[in-house]
Design a protein around this ligand. Structure first.
Ligand code: GTP
Ligand code: ZN
Length: 214
């Protein structure tokens, strides 16, 4: 079959009963979420039909699907395009912006991730590390799990000699509500392989983070 014929037949392919049922379920769920959001607006004391709010349930639903894009991909697959390069020293990507969502309050937490690894014959594209971080950040998260998932993905795909991940973030659920400590920030770390076993590797990672330009 020619490429054009193949694309045309895919475009007009009849949906299976399962796909139709999935789509109908998704639409029902979306309507239920929007009805819930209207109730929430009312419960908070405003009118869901006033001009500024009438489209808000649609916007919030759309925004949530964006915040959680990471559920619809396998983040570690970004790392799978590897290059055979014999580099036996630390490779570190610093200050990767993260925007995630606290799973307890659905409030944003944001900051930076620093990902370092000592390769074992295989390296990956630097941008792919940032793409993988995004994939795990765009889920309902706690910072500790996010940190571990990033380290595990690096370990699983690249089989490096060691991995170290540090995340520094501010949690809006601690700033604008609750305990209201807007200056507080949280640092988490995950270490694997050589970084777990040898303090000098951890020190090297940390000394690069402490450079004066930070
Ligand atoms: N360990 C951890 N805790 C988090 C993270 N994000 C939010 N939290 C915390 O999750 C906890 C949830 O506590 P709960 O007592 O169940 O909820 P709450 O009554 O809203 O708590 P307050 O925030 O203290 O008002 C809070 O202490 C938050 O600060 C995270 O990434 N890691
Ligand atoms: Zn929270």
């Amino acid at each position: 079959m020619s490429l054009t014929n193949s694309l045309t037949s895919q475009k007009y392919r009849k949906l299976s009963n399962e796909e139709i049922e999935d789509t109908e379920n998704k639409l029902d769920q979306e309507e239920a979420v929007k009805a819930g959001l209207r109730n929430l607006i009312e419960l908070c004391g405003d009118d869901p039909d006033r001009e500024g709010l009438e489209e808000t349930p649609d916007r919030v639903l759309k925004a949530f699907l964006e915040y959680t894009e990471g559920y619809r991909e396998d983040p570690k697959s970004h790392l799978e395009k590897v290059f055979d390069v014999d580099h036996q020293e630390l490779v570190m990507v610093q200050d990767i912006e993260i925007h995630s969502m606290c799973e307890h309050h659905f409030a944003p937490f944001f900051g930076v991730a620093h990902v370092g690894y000592i390769p074992n014959g295989k390296i990956t594209g630097l941008s792919k590390i940032a793409r993988m971080v995004d994939g795990y950040a765009k889920r309902f998260q706690v910072q500790e799990r996010l940190t571990n998932q990033i380290a595990d993905a690096m370990e699983e795909v690249l089989d490096p000699q060691g991995v170290m991940v540090v995340i520094e973030a501010k949690h809006m659920c601690m700033c604008g509500r609750g305990v209201r400590k807007s200056g507080a920030s949280t640092t988490t770390k995950a270490v694997r392989g050589l970084f777990r076993d040898a303090a000098d590797h951890r020190m090297e990672f940390l000394s690069l983070l402490d450079r004066p330009s930070r």
